[in-house]
Write a protein that binds this ligand. Structure first.
Ligand code: AHR
Length: 495
């Protein structure tokens, strides 16, 4: 038994749709094969972009996509990816297998992709090996409406109107692959770059590089550096942490204990959100600078036989539980998190979609995004969850993880309730109690469940997908049964 108490009058904050963002890097087969096949491909495409992938992504409703990296961003020179495609230079992708980057997919192609799936672009600028001028000119190329040389270049590339890009990252992982800076040195670089990232009449949203995982020291030292500068927090709107919960076993082979271990590692996201926001609050008590987690997810050993630097991994129901519990954390902390971008959209790490030649399959994680989409823009309701814990062992150590997690949001009279049951073999009855005089009128739900290793393959693409189930959601209190190893998304109409 477990109980979730929800008061529709107790609103934490609005769930920023950008919490459901994605990340797509020039890494392995994410962009090439995953998004871009080229106009001459026999794989059905629109202007070089795969139709099957676009159709699947549209159902997940990604509000924002971060590009071109990742580590790739700090070795990317945007001018390489504009102009006639057959004249673009071929470069070596130093981070990801030293494969040759054709630059066939550049700014214009990414914009088309974003428009096709209905997402906002989020571009990451090159701090590590780039110049302030380069980034300043990328913004001008994208956003300037007047008659400058760069605006003319954009028009010649097919976009006479500005691309109106709002989200700009100033480097990626600048403590590591983005230049190995100390927080103070990055603070100096950030200030220099951000000074020249101009809106050209449009309000930009400028994002600084945050810590590796929940490294509070990076955050404190970066903000202390900026506070002590005369510049004083101008032109910084977001601060982005990365958290990969890693693996336990492999992507598809794990014990029951490893099933729990990885779900527990994923749940550590909550400490990151609470502690990073608390560290930021000391310098930014009014929360003018948003906390972002612009890379997160599982990171398993690559699939046997695939390139070790392509980070191609399978994706099971366990990944779906990690995705669902992480999204529930972001929802519950809607007052703290303004954007999150799962890594990565296609064929890399915790992907939503896997492709093989002309085939594309949706992963259990992709289905979680479909199921959770109704939360986007909803009012996050404070939820109190009383749940048993499950004991498991890591090495010699006894550990515990909560059985039930979840979140709730409200749009008018429609209550979206998402719940997970982490128990590998036991079903759990969850009592939903509505406070503040609220009563449910009726409800429906979609559920994703199966044996704990279940995943889709190119031969069996529908081994796991959500199914609609009836629920009895009536009155101020009702019960939903969660099968073992399940994610449920309920839509409940309040009277
Ligand atoms: O997502 C893969 C890599 O992980 C990214 O390029 C980098 O930012 C992170 O270390």
């Amino acid at each position: 038994m477990a109980k979730i108490t929800i008061n529709p009058n107790d609103v934490v904050g609005t769930i920023n749709p950008n919490i459901y963002g994605h990340f797509a890097e020039h890494l392995g087969r994410c962009i090439y094969d995953g998004v871009w096949v080229g106009e001459d491909s026999s794989i059905p495409n629109t202007g070089g972009i795969r139709n099957d992938v676009v159709a699947a992504l549209r159902k997940m409703k990604p509000p924002v996509i971060r590009w071109p990296g990742g580590c790739f961003a700090d070795d990317y020179h945007w001018q390489d990816g504009v102009g006639p495609r057959d004249q673009r230079p071929r470069r070596v992708n130093i981070h990801w297998g030293e494969v040759v980057e054709s630059n066939a997919f550049g700014t214009q192609e990414f914009m088309r992709f974003c428009r096709m799936v209905g997402a906002q672009p989020y571009l990451v600028g090159n701090v590590g090996s780039g110049t302030v001028r380069e980034l300043r000119e990328w913004v001008e190329y994208c956003n300037f409406e007047g008659d400058s040389t760069l605006a003319q270049q954009r028009a010649a590339d097919g976009s006479p109107k500005p691309l109106d890009i709002t989200y700009w990252g100033v480097g990626n992982e600048n403590w590591g692959c983005g230049g190995s800076f100390s927080p103070e040195d990055y603070g100096t670089e950030f200030r220099r770059f951000a000074t020249f990232v101009r809106g050209f009449g449009k309000q930009l949203y400028v994002i600084a590089c945050g810590p590796s995982g929940n490294d509070v020291e990076w955050t404190v030292r970066f903000f202390r550096k900026l506070r002590h500068d005369y510049w004083n927090f101008r032109n910084i709107h977001g601060f982005a942490a990365h958290y990969y919960c890693g693996t336990a076993g492999t992507a598809t082979e794990y014990t029951v204990d490893q099933w729990y271990e990885l779900i527990a590692k994923g749940l550590k996201m909550e400490d990151l959100v609470v502690q990073q926001r608390a560290a930021m609050d000391a310098y930014d008590p009014q929360r003018r600078i948003g906390l972002i987690v612009d890379e997160w997810g599982t990171w398993h050993p690559v699939e046997p036989g695939t390139h070790p630097r392509f980070l191609y991994q399978q994706n099971t129901l366990r990944d779906a539980l990690v995705a669902a519990t992480s999204l529930d954390i972001f929802n519950r902390h809607a007052d703290k998190v303004v954007m999150a971008n799962i890594a990565q959209t296609i064929n890399v790490l915790q992907a939503m979609i896997l492709t093989q030649e002309d085939k594309a399959i949706v992963t259990p994680t992709g289905y979680v995004y479909e199921m959770y989409a109704p939360h986007q823009g909803g009012a996050s309701l404070r939820t109190v969850i009383a749940s048993d814990t499950i004991a498991y062992t890591t090495g010699e150590k006894e550990q515990e993880v909560a059985t039930i997690a979840g979140s709730a949001s409200l749009k008018g009279k429609l209550l979206s309730l998402t719940l997970t049951n982490a128990h590998a073999i036991e079903a759990v009855d969850v009592t939903v109690q509505l406070l503040g005089g609220a009563t449910a009128r009726q409800g429906t739900a979609r559920i994703l469940t199966g044996e704990i290793h279940t995943h889709n393959t190119f031969d069996q693409p529908d081994s796991i997908q959500p199914v609609t189930i009836p629920i009895t959601a009536e009155g101020p209190e009702f019960t939903i049964q969660l099968p073992p190893a399940s994610v449920i998304a309920a839509e409940i109409y309040l009277a």
